[in-house]
Design a protein around this ligand. Structure first.
Ligand SMILES: Cc1ncc(COP(=O)(O)O)c(C=O)c1O
Length: 430
């Protein structure tokens, strides 16, 4: 099958050869590399990516799931163009950051105050510092399979096997201070945290990179109660689920309120962003007018709340606020999970489609997937072969990763996904 890909992507191959000399692995983010080599994108619009060889792809990766309105949505392009003429970074306070913070507070149930960052990683970093400052505790906890960006303290227990360091260069102290918990297993959480004093527990309401596995509602409710009992701050990492599962994110979708929330991706309207929020009492720990050194928890950044990101984010959130677009995408997500299951032949095909709302992933296994251990046992080679087959025929999922929907996807785009999946299944059965 790779022959077909190679025959269509000659210019990408040449670019890859150039790239390898100056970018490790030829890419700017390891996960963007895939076999035999990645294609290089020339432009994107709506639901489509176009590579340097002129191939068109229906894009279900959507900029790491950030583009809920598709590529370059007209409303966002308009406000960004206007803003480009009025300054791209002020390095001073301005009204758009106030307006976007107000918008987040309006939409997100647990948010009373907000601070902006430039990525989800950065937001997770600052929120952990704040949790430590607020509770006076050093240790933190996170879940197996949970991906929160490359910040040392949370770059632990991400991939199976969960007990070896994720990266070279992590200090012993980092590894000792982070406790890794079993997902969707409340008793397991209680056992792991017995006798420990942790500042926070960070969880994705839907494990993203860990396989698109939703947390069980009862598990989240139990976790909420347990954290209350123990004085632990519950942090929802809603970098993927925020403004996607519901206008108020996973916390609204699952009806469980965290103490602190981290956002990214969709919040930036297609531009680099992150944010963290919580109730006033916690967030005020950042306020140097109230808390003096060493009691103040620092946050800042040159590009934090730059007006380009703020206006793109504000335009996007206003479009999502009434929930109508999100409801439509969630219904379509449910339909896609059902239709793909049928196309793969229900139980007999050893395929499970996981996900929630407008997020989904295909796993080649018969096993019910309720936690990342089960995901670690799926047939990854088959998934890569499915993703590559789709790619050769004009559909893009970053191989092995989740699919997401945008309001730019058309009926034809979805039909194409079904048709090409059918073709893949038939080819495989031969
Ligand atoms: C749940 C979650 N948290 C945090 C991050 C890190 O965000 P960023 O890549 O913007 O640093 C990601 C990125 O994929 C994510 O999926």
């Amino acid at each position: 099958m790779t022959e077909k890909y190679a025959s269509k992507t000659g210019k990408s191959k040449a670019l890859y050869e150039r790239a390898k000399k100056v970018l490790p692995a030829g890419v700017s983010y390891g996960i963007r590399y895939f076999e035999p080599y990645p294609f290089y994108t020339a432009r994107a619009k709506g639901s489509k990516l176009y590579d340097v060889d002129g191939n068109e792809y229906v894009d279900f990766w959507l900029g790491h799931t950030a583009l809920i309105l598709g590529h370059s949505p007209p409303a966002v392009v308009k406000t960004v163009k206007e803003q480009l003429e009025n300054g791209t970074i002020y390095g001073t306070s301005h009204e758009l950051e106030v307006a976007l913070a107000e918008q987040v507070v309006k939409m997100v149930p647990s948010a009373e105050m907000v601070r902006f960052t430039n990525s989800g990683t950065e937001a997770n970093m600052y929120v952990i510092r704040l949790a430590r400052a607020y509770t006076g505790r050093s240790k933190i906890a996170k879940f197996e399979g949970g991906w929160h960006g490359g910040y040392d303290a949370l770059h632990v227990g991400v991939k199976y096997p969960y007990d070896i360091p994720e990266s070279a260069g992590l200090t012993v102290g980092t590894l000792q201070d982070t406790i890794v918990l079993p997902f969707n297993d409340l008793e397991g959480v209680k056992t792991k945290l017995k006798g420990e004093k942790v500042a926070s527990v960070t969880i994705e309401p839907v494990l993203g990179a860990g396989g698109c596995i939703p947390a069980e509602k009862e598990f989240l409710k139990g976790l909420r109660e347990f954290c209350d009992e123990k004085g632990i701050l519950l942090i929802f990492d809603e970098v993927i689920t925020g403004f996607r599962l519901a206008p108020g994110g996973g916390q609204q979708y699952f009806d469980v309120e965290p103490d602190m929330t981290v956002f990214g991706k969709i919040l930036g309207g297609g531009f680099p962003t992150g944010a963290f929020c919580a109730r006033r009492e916690i967030m005020e720990r950042i306020n140097a007018q109230i808390y003096k050194r060493p009691n103040c928890s620092f946050h800042g950044g040159t590009f934090a709340a730059n007006p380009i990101t703020m206006t793109a984010g504000l335009t996007t959130l206003k479009l999502l606020e009434d929930g109508k677009l999100i409801d439509g995408l969630n219904k379509l997500g449910g339909k896609i999970r059902k239709s793909l299951t049928e196309i793969f032949g229900e139980g007999k095909a050893n395929v499970q489609i996981t996900g929630a709302g407008s997020l989904f992933n295909v796993h080649f296994t018969k096993e019910r997937l309720g936690d990342p251990h089960a995901v670690a046992r799926v047939d990854k080679e088959k998934l890569l072969s499915y993703d590559l087959a789709l790619m050769e025929n004009g559909i893009f999922f970053l191989p092995g990763h989740n699919g997401a929907l945008s309001t730019a996807h058309s009926k034809d785009d979805i039909e194409k996904l079904y048709d090409e999946t059918e073709r893949y299944v038939k080819h495989r059965e031969k």
